[in-house]
Design a protein. Structure first.
Length: 320
């Protein structure tokens, strides 16, 4: 695999169009909105006008491997798909990203899943199927490979459904005393640079406030004594097939949970999305019961796929 130059990115975008599930984070990297890196199969010009496989990872650790293993085998040799997995387990395992994990998805799903599992088992990786509510401790599973499922929720997009959703979102839910909800102001460092306070923040997905504004992002924060204690924001903003999408990032600080703050900041953001004609997207890990319940309570509907669940593989990253 070789590092891709930005000139090749349009061809990589065409590879992503064949992926049957949502890959907004990868497209956002290609469009230059979200920090990340892109790799393509080596010497790809010898085998066609476009790369046959691409690997994209954003700085928070989400990654996707796309391209047909069959096409790779016919051009590079039958073992090339497996060599890509070997590369992921060795060279790239040491890549510095903002999270202790890499969360790898792959498409075509069934083809890559067979290669990934066989190759990783050959490397001595131990598989653990993980669906608990809490994230695993990196120290406990540092030499293991976790198999998880990614869940994608879609927001109602018909006029009648949106009217019902808007009615739900305007339901009066009183905030606890001392709390307030205000629009996220990216120029305010206390609003933007939150990745040290929360697991995610606008600075996880955008290089700076200018990048946030250029993407026409939206968000709301809950304040307590002037401090941000909950946030909902468009972590990913892309346009796909003429539809403006906004993937929602949401989090509440531990000591302020159980007060309905996440629902309230999300409701404000979703109302803003409806006004701006943005289609919200909600993604989470299967087993994250709090996130799944919150999505459904806000009117989101789980999206299903004909090939079955969206598997992703969580690999601990060896920090240098």
């Amino acid at each position: 695999m070789q590092l891709a130059s930005p000139e090749v990115y349009p061809a990589v975008v065409s590879l992503l169009t064949a992926v049957p599930f949502y890959t907004g984070f990868a497209e956002s990297v290609l469009y230059g909105t979200t920090p990340g890196v892109v790799y393509i199969n080596s010497n790809w010009q010898e085998y066609g006008k476009e790369p046959q496989v691409a690997y994209i990872i954003m700085k928070f650790g989400m990654s996707v491997l796309c391209g047909s293993p069959a096409a790779i085998a016919s051009s590079h040799g039958v073992d090339y798909g497996e060599s890509i997995i070997s590369w992921l387990l060795t060279s790239f395992r040491k890549c510095k990203v903002a999270a202790p994990f890499e969360c790898l998805q792959a498409s075509p799903v069934l083809e890559w899943n067979d290669i990934i599992r066989s190759r990783m088992l050959a490397h001595g990786e131990s598989f653990i199927t993980f669906s608990d509510d809490q994230m695993p401790n990196p120290d406990i599973i540092k030499d293991k490979l976790l198999l998880m499922e990614r869940v994608v929720f879609q927001f109602p997009n018909s006029p009648d459904d949106q009217q019902n959703a808007n009615s739900l979102l305007t339901t009066c839910r009183a905030l606890p005393e001392g709390y307030s909800i205000v629009p996220l102001i990216p120029q305010e460092n206390s609003h933007f640079y939150l990745s040290n306070t929360f697991h995610i923040g606008p600075d996880t997905f955008f290089a700076d406030a200018a990048a946030w504004e250029a993407a026409d992002s939206v968000g709301y924060v809950a304040l307590y004594e002037g401090i941000v204690v909950a946030i909902a924001f468009s972590a990913i903003r892309i346009t796909k097939e003429g539809v403006d999408l906004a993937e929602i990032g949401v989090e509440t600080s531990m000591e302020h949970r159980g007060k309905g703050l996440a629902w309230s900041v999300c409701a404000e953001m979703l109302k803003c999305c409806i006004i701006k004609h943005l289609t919200p997207v909600w993604c989470c890990r299967r087993g994250n019961s709090g996130s799944e319940r919150l999505a459904r309570s806000l009117g989101f509907i789980e999206k299903t796929f004909g090939f079955g669940p969206i598997n992703y593989y969580m690999l601990p990253i060896a920090q240098e």
